[in-house]
Design a protein around this ligand. Structure first.
Ligand SMILES: [Zn+2]
Length: 97
């Protein structure tokens, strides 16, 4: 994430990082094995309607591919950008959770 923050050049507020099993059960019970439980995902605050970070990511996709992160589709995380360092089962760079 430090490479992304340096390139983004603005403060990035983590709204969710590592989650214990209990955290995950409370926050996202539909995905008990999310990469948050393996310290391989983090959520960065990015509220609608501005979506400043999300729009930056869309414009910097080549950079994000080089860094090696995948993003959850914005439709499923309207107040933050979910980054993860392992590909989802679909392999898609922007994926449906
Ligand atoms: Zn997340």
């Amino acid at each position: 994430m430090s490479k992304i923050r340096a390139e983004y050049g603005l403060p990035m507020i983590v709204t969710s990082g590592f989650r214990s099993e209990a955290d995950e059960a409370r926050i996202d019970p539909a995905h008990p094995n999310s990469l948050h439980t393996r310290a391989a995902a983090c959520d960065i605050y990015d509220p609608d309607p501005e979506k400043r970070l999300w729009n930056w990511c869309i414009n910097k996709m080549d950079f994000l591919v080089e860094v090696g992160v995948w993003l959850e589709d914005r439709l499923y995380s309207p107040a933050h950008v979910h980054f993860q360092i392992y590909p989802p089962a679909s392999g898609k760079r922007i994926f449906t959770p």
